[in-house]
Every structure is written in structure tokens, then in C-alpha cells.
Design a protein around this ligand. Structure first.
Ligand code: HEM
Length: 459
């Protein structure tokens, strides 16, 4: 698609010069720039990524629904999403077309509510493990301790997804290495997309090859766990076992080893930073909203007394879900999704010629004043069941939508509620004066600085 073809549509265009200047700042943090474009030009506009690649940016929920659901067949992911397959392989998140559909059908049952319920024991054990150092610190300090919340939540979320996938096959040092590899690969990949002009320089410095090596180390580790499981042959009730046990309906065959490695790796990637970031932002918000914590505690006292929550309790603790939902409205971990038009199409008078690159700006949708009253205010009450039905379609899309809706959404909502409830059961959380934590939007929406909060053991 040429810039001029897109630019002749009746959609406001961010002037190339402004785009180019913006692209310098865009590399550091695109969000203020994207917001300023939308505030100036309206909910849907054309801008140039890196000053060169035209893209249609939208926070119109109707257009988001059009590309994700109503006419999804015309909108596969773009090369930005597919490119990461170089490092992470072709799992559900990175594959397309009939191969994707076949894999989705195969794997979907492994994420049904009952299967997720079966993983709750693992989640709880990992939450306990991750909170132990904090408990010890609190015992020694005898009062309150300052906690680096993003570090703690990243560790917790990674352990939950890694053990839900591989059970106890992985030791702690390996967990840390895997997590570090994933972070390095993603940060590098985002850099190559956002600053395409750096590619020759990165190539000269052998950075592509260096990251290929990191990726093959990561795949090697995952392959090792898969082989170990197959050799020892002891069945586990985890996601890897599910991947090994499923059979294609037409042939009755299992996946090949490469396919299992691809899918297992994608689960780690998709299920790690997303939950970690949502949980970090959740504590950031809760520490500043003690009345929300008080409401949650009142509900916990009624439903649980002093015991830990089980999966069966969650439906009776609806406010915990509302807290998680409202956190992901303000801080959607998947903050932008990309698609590309396969054929000429139109939506609401906007023509979308073949090749149009579309960025569905989920963060923009979740903050749009036209969709949300007091959009910047953290208010879990807006997710009360009787109010949710008034939300316009696709105004709230933290897990995407349509056939490619996040397959791990039940898993993620369960894990996040369990972390919330268990930590509130054990600790008081307190705010420490600090400058507002800035956003660091990579593939997921991270906090740029560490979030420091004060935790105290509950008596
Ligand atoms: C707060 C946590 C999470 C958020 C916000 C989130 C968000 C998303 C979003 C927005 C998509 C759609 C991407 C697109 O359409 O381009 C997606 C896809 C996906 N997610 Fe999640 N996710 C989360 C947790 C998880 C977890 C825990 C897992 C695995 C256990 C997971 C596995 C996947 C997979 C495999 C896909 C690709 C599905 C497909 O294309 O068929 N996610 N996620």
C-alpha cells in the first residue's frame, strides 16, 4: 500500500514532518504522541511509523470490532506480529490462516474453565513460594518493608505460567534464565520495529545474530523439557501434557515435537508479561485507593473469614474481578494490536484499501472520554455486572476479540484474582510518595520505573 493511496482517503493525516519528529519521541514512549494525534485529528487517523510506513491508528470501538470480529477474515496480523516468529516460532500467537485455525481448535479445550480450575493448585503453590521471601523479610523487620512490586509480580507471574506449563521440571535458576531471555528478545524486537532506520547498524553490530542465538538457547531449554517429559513418560496435569496429549481430529496424530515446542514457548511469552504488568499496575492503583481495598476486604471477610480463597469462591468475590478489570482498562497489557487489510474494504465511509496497516489502539479505546465517564479515574464499580451490559461493544477489549480472543483469558483472570486475594489476606499495602510511574510500552505495557510500595503483615 502506498502512502498516497491511503492518504487520499477522507481520514485526517498527521503531516509527515510531524510524524517524523514524533517518531524520535515515539521510540522512547509512543503513548503521549499517539494521544496527542488522536486529540488533534479525531478517533481515526493516518500516521507514519518511523516517519515512513503509513498506518491507520484508531480508537473507534466500531472499527476495532470490524477488524477483529465482523470482518476478521480480511484482517490477518501484520508483519510486525509475524516478525517475532523468527525468534519465537509459529505458535498460536504468531501463526495465521488454516494452520492457526487447526491449532486453535486443537488447543482451545485445554483452556476451558474446568482445565483452568485444575491448575489452581499450582497457581496457589507458586503464589505461596513467591511470597515467602517477603514474609521472611517482614518477620525480620518486624514492621513494614518496601517492596519492588514489578519485580515481585514479574517473578510471580512467570513462575505461575512456567509451572502451569512444565510442572516441576524446571528449577529456579532455569526459570530466571528463561525469563531473562524472553525479556531480551522482546526488547530487541520492539527496537527493530520502532526504529527501523537502526537496522543496518544493528546488523553491522551482529545484533540480529546475537538475538537469534538467545532465541535458540530458549528453544533449546523448552525442547529439553518436552523430551524429558516424553522420555520419563510420567503424566502431569499441566499445559505441556495437554499439548502432548491432544490429537488432530482428522488424522488422530499428535503434534510434532517442533509444534509442541512452538506452542509451549508461545504460552510462556503470551502468559508472562501480560499478567505481570496487570498485577503491578493493580498494586500501584490499590495503594492509592484505600477505599477500594476496604471494599474488597469487607467482601473477603464475609465470604472467606480468614481462610485463603479457592477457585469455587471466586464467583462470590466479584469485586476482585472488577478490580482486575478496571486495572486492565486503565493499563491494558496488550495496549495496541496490528492488522493488515487483505482486500479492499470499507467501514463507516472510511475506505480501507488492500494493504492498509491498522493499529487498534486498545489503550486509546479504554481511555476515550466519549466511552467512559471520568475516564482517568480508577473505579472498579463501573464493572458491576448490572453496568457492564451498558458498555458499548468493543469499548473494553483487554483480551482482544473475535476468533483470536486471548485463549488464556480465564487462566489470567483466575491467577490475577488469586494473587490479589492472597496478598490482601496476608498484607496491608501502603503508598510511598513517588513521582508518577511512567509507561513503558514495549510489546506489553510495562511500568518504566520500579513501583515501590510498603507492605506490612496483617495481624
Ligand atoms: C492479563 C493477561 C493477558 C492479557 C491482557 C492478554 C491479552 C491478549 C490479547 C489482546 C490477545 C489477542 C492478540 C491479537 O488479537 O492480536 C491475546 C492472545 C493470546 N493469548 Fe493472551 N493475554 C493475557 C494472558 C494470557 C495467558 C495467561 C496466556 C496463556 C496461558 C495467554 C495466551 C495467549 C495466546 C496463546 C494468544 C493467541 C491466541 C490466538 O491467536 O489464537 N494470554 N492475549
Amino acid at each position: 500500500m502506498s502512502a498516497t493511496t491511503l492518504a487520499t482517503q477522507k481520514i485526517p493525516v498527521v503531516p509527515r514532518m510531524r510524524s517524523l519528529l514524533g517518531s524520535m519521541l515515539l521510540a522512547a514512549n509512543p503513548i503521549p504522541i499517539l494521544n496527542s494525534y488522536l486529540d488533534t485529528y479525531g478517533d481515526t487517523l493516518i500516521m507514519y511509523i518511523g516517519g515512513v510506513r503509513p498506518t491507520l491508528l484508531t480508537r473507534d470501538p466500531g472499527l476495532v470490532q470490524h477488524i477483529l470480529q465482523k470482518n476478521h477474515r480480511n484482517y490477518p496480523k501484520s508483519e510486525f506480529s509475524h516478525g517475532i516468529a523468527r525468534y519465537l516460532g509459529h505458535g498460536l500467537l504468531t501463526s495465521e490462516g488454516s494452520y492457526w485455525l487447526q491449532q486453535r481448535r486443537l488447543i482451545q479445550p485445554g483452556f476451558h474453565r474446568q482445565r483452568v480450575a485444575g491448575l489452581v493448585g499450582v497457581m496457589q503453590a507458586e503464589i505461596n513460594e513467591c511470597l515467602k521471601p517477603l514474609e521472611r523479610q517482614l518477620e525480620q523487620a518486624g514492621g513494614a518493608v518496601e517492596v519492588a512490586v514489578h519485580r515481585l509480580m514479574t517473578n510471580t507471574a512467570f513462575r505461575i505460567i512456567a509451572r502451569s506449563t512444565f510442572s516441576t521440571n524446571v528449577d529456579n535458576a532455569e526459570l530466571e534464565r528463561m525469563s531473562a531471555l524472553l525479556t531480551a528478545i522482546q526488547a530487541f524486537y520492539v527496537r527493530t520495529i520502532r526504529q527501523p532506520y537502526l537496522r543496518p547498524w544493528l546488523s553491522l553490530r551482529n545484533q540480529f545474530r546475537a538475538h537469534d542465538k538467545l532465541a535458540s538457547e530458549l528453544r533449546g531449554m523448552v525442547r529439553g523439557y518436552v523430551r524429558q517429559r516424553q522420555q520419563i513418560g510420567d503424566a502431569h496435569d499441566d499445559l505441556l501434557q495437554m499439548l502432548l496429549d491432544v490429537r488432530y481430529e482428522d488424522t488422530g496424530e499428535p503434534m510434532t515435537e517442533d509444534q509442541v515446542v512452538d506452542e509451549a514457548l508461545i504460552l510462556l511469552v503470551a502468559g508472562h508479561e501480560t499478567s505481570a504488568n496487570a498485577l503491578s499496575w493493580m498494586w500501584y492503583l490499590l495503594a492509592q485507593h484505600p477505599q477500594v481495598v476496604a471494599t474488597m476486604r469487607a467482601s473477603m471477610a464475609q465470604v472467606l473469614g480468614s481462610r485463603a480463597a479457592t477457585f469455587a469462591d471466586l464467583p462470590n468475590l466479584g469485586y476482585s474481578l472488577q478490580i482486575v478489570q478496571e486495572t486492565m482498562r486503565l493499563y491494558p497489557p496488550a495496549w495496541i494490536l496490528d492488522r493488515v487489510a487483505q482486500e479492499d474494504d470499507s467501514y463507516n465511509g472510511i475506505s480501507l484499501p488492500k494493504g492498509t496497516l491498522i493499529s487498534a489502539y486498545l489503550l486509546g479505546v479504554h481511555h476515550a472520554p466519549s466511552l467512559w465517564e471520568d475516564a482517568e479515574v480508577f473505579r472498579p464499580e463501573r464493572f458491576a455486572p448490572e453496568l457492564v451490559k451498558n458498555q458499548p461493544p468493543y469499548a473494553y477489549v483487554p483480551f482482544g476479540g473475535g476468533p483470536r480472543l486471548c485463549i488464556g483469558n480465564q487462566f489470567a483472570l483466575t491467577e490475577m484474582q488469586l494473587v490479589l486475594l492472597e496478598m490482601l489476606r496476608r498484607f496491608e499495602v501502603g503508598w510511598i510518595e513517588q513521582p508518577p510511574v511512567q509507561l513503558q510500552p514495549l510489546i506489553t505495557l510495562r511500568p518504566r520505573q520500579e513501583i515501590q510500595l510498603r507492605f506490612r503483615a496483617r495481624s
